[in-house]
Design a protein around this ligand. Structure first.
Ligand SMILES: [Zn+2]
Length: 338
């Protein structure tokens, strides 16, 4: 089969490799319906995370089960499944509290930028559909695996309430999904911070009510102006840099929450500043499994169309071009046809 490996920064290759097999009785093997490149794949691609050995890439997936291990009971061959990028047992105390991404058995999915993939902890990580989905829904179902689930978590962690004002920092795929999520959760006002025309347009389509193109102090001033100098009730931080976190803290009102889902790189907090600012922070890898049943329902009933975030569709064989397009910000998110 074909699979994707990252050999070194900037060096991603598609190659022929052995098909994965069941390694543990809790595994499932799936045939991917489609897969994609994640913003977080760009960290090692850009050399910001170390690449020690060739890494088998890909953690976003949906497709058809072809085989299950002896202990798997909730999914069976032939079923179409969507799973979380964060693998969990769905039974431990953290899972029961809804924090599947801190599962005591937590693993992270790998090897999904392939034709076939092994999904560990299949019972706890996969959700099966009643029947095979219509073809045009596959991008949206794939989005649920990570990018939508992560944007949703940002809004959930930021405690977006009906009627509230939410600010979304970051106009990448996750930020755009955060806009969609905040709107779905009933925010009356969703302010998207974006300087890029195509992303602004998609943000508006997903329910943004205001666009702020300014950044830094100007961006903060603009949001204060839009919120009667109070600041936002909920802030979704969807980037992970020192600048974006500073922006998020500065536009949040006292008593608000910041849901932060961009993997922090170079972010530091000053204890006293945080103490006197009275802002709350909740973030981390998204417990996508908690949200999956609801998200799949919204997608299958066509209430949301997160799949539109994929603005580049190419064959898996051209995966290197997909990374390049995202790295150069020519594409918001690349879908790989398998
Ligand atoms: Zn667990």
């Amino acid at each position: 089969m074909l699979g994707t490996k990252l050999y070194a920064p900037g060096d991603v290759r598609i190659e022929e490799m052995p098909e994965p097999v069941i390694l543990k009785p809790t595994d499932a093997i799936i045939k991917l319906a489609a897969t994609c490149v994640c913003g977080s794949d760009l960290w090692p691609y850009r050399g910001l995370n170390q690449v020690a050995a060739p890494m088998h890439m890909g953690h976003e997936y949906c497709g058809t089960v072809i085989e299950v291990g002896a202990a798997v009971t909730s999914v069976k061959p032939g079923q179409f499944v969507v799973g979380s990028f964060c693998l969990s047992d769905n039974t431990c105390p953290h899972c029961r509290f809804g924090f599947h991404s801190s599962c005591v058995q937590r693993e992270f999915m790998t090897g999904a930028q392939s034709q076939i993939a092994r999904v560990p902890l299949a019972d706890g990580s996969l959700v099966a559909l009643d029947h095979a989905p219509e073809e045009d829904l596959i991008p949206s179902l794939l989005a649920a695996s990570d990018v939508l689930g992560t944007g949703w978590y940002a809004a959930d962690a930021a405690r977006v309430q009906p009627g509230s004002t939410a600010v979304v920092v970051g106009d990448g795929a996750v930020g755009l999904m955060g806009v969609l999520a905040a709107r779905q959760m009933g925010a009356a006002r969703v302010i998207a911070m974006s300087r890029h025309k195509a992303r602004q347009e998609l943000a508006l389509e997903y329910g943004a009510t205001d666009i702020v193109a300014e950044r830094g102090e100007d961006g903060v001033a603009r949001i204060k102006e839009l919120t009667d100098q109070i600041g936002a009730d909920a802030v979704l931080e969807c980037v992970g840099t020192a600048e974006s976190m500073k922006q998020a803290l500065a536009v949040a009102r006292p008593g608000s929450m910041i849901g932060y889902v961009g993997v922090p790189h170079g972010v530091e907090f000053d204890g006293q500043q945080l103490f006197y600012s009275q802002r709350g922070l909740l973030g981390g890898p998204a417990p996508v499994r908690r949200f999956l049943p609801h998200l799949l329902d919204l997608i299958l009933t066509r209430k949301i169309n997160p799949g539109k975030v994929f603005d580049l569709h190419i064959p898996l064989a051209d995966v290197a071009q997909g990374y390049k397009a995202m790295d150069e910000r020519r594409a918001i998110k690349t879908l790989l046809r398998v």
